[in-house]
Design a protein around this ligand. Structure first.
Ligand code: PGA
Length: 227
């Protein structure tokens, strides 16, 4: 299974979320996606998860919803936290250990291990982010996202050959690997054509419905050509 997972980070207000789905569905309506062998996941802010889920249903889109984080604690007296159990009502996927969280919120391996365990327990699929091959990966992670910090939001992406080598190393540990770091509609096939890679995690380019749509169109055409 291949993945395109859009990470919206701390972007968009409610009307912008609605606008994204309206535009995306107008592009989608005109195409037949039988040939797309790829799971498409959108990860909005917590506050827009329900709205995004409703919009996916309303427009009948082949998109699943993911969150960008989860609490390491159970449901209970943890002010401000969103537990895995709460999240599982609205999301199917969750990103854990993004470098922006590790850096700005001092997330440690122990905390990330707990988050992954909690998510897994409640049936969420986990996308565990690492920035190099020495990074710790909890054994319960479902998918590993290789995201070199220098490539995030910079417009500079990792060399596909190097990505292939790194994905190979990580997949030997038993995890499917995706790549994130300045993935766009222009370079997505450089990554989708790598044998050892199971997809991509675009941030900035996923905010624009047209660019995100073009990524899907490009992948669909590539898969058709190579199937
Ligand atoms: P970017 O973000 O595509 O904007 O570089 C990727 C990410 O941080 O997951």
């Amino acid at each position: 299974m291949k993945f395109i997972i859009g990470n919206w980070k701390s972007n968009k207000n409610a009307s912008q979320v609605e606008d994204w789905f309206v535009k995306f569905s107008s592009y989608y309506k005109h195409r037949d996606f039988q040939s797309l062998n790829c799971k498409v996941v959108i990860c909005p802010s917590y506050i827009h998860l329900y709205l995004a889920k409703k919009l996916v249903e309303r427009h009948n889109l082949p998109i699943v919803i993911g969150a960008q984080d989860v609490s390491p604690f159970k449901t209970g007296p943890f002010t401000g936290e969103i537990s895995a159990s709460q999240l599982s009502e609205v999301a199917d996927y969750v990103i854990i250990g993004h470098s922006e969280r590790r850096e700005n919120f001092s997330e440690t391996n122990n905390v990330l291990k707990e988050k992954t365990k909690m998510a897994k327990k409640k049936g969420l699929s986990t996308v565990f982010c690492i920035s190099n091959t020495n990074s710790y990966i909890p054994e319960t992670a479902d998918l590993v996202a290789y995201e070199p910090v220098w490539a995030i939001g910079t417009g500079k992406s990792e060399d596909p050959l190097k990505t292939e080598q790194i994905a190979n190393q990580i997949s030997k540990k038993g995890f499917p690997v995706i790549y994130g770091g300045s993935v766009s509609n222009k370079n997505i096939i450089d990554y989708f054509s790598l044998k050892s890679l199971s997809g991509v995690l675009p941030g900035g380019a996923s905010l624009d419905p047209k660019k995100f749509w073009e990524m899907i169109v490009n992948v669909s055409a590539f898969q058709k050509k190579t199937s």
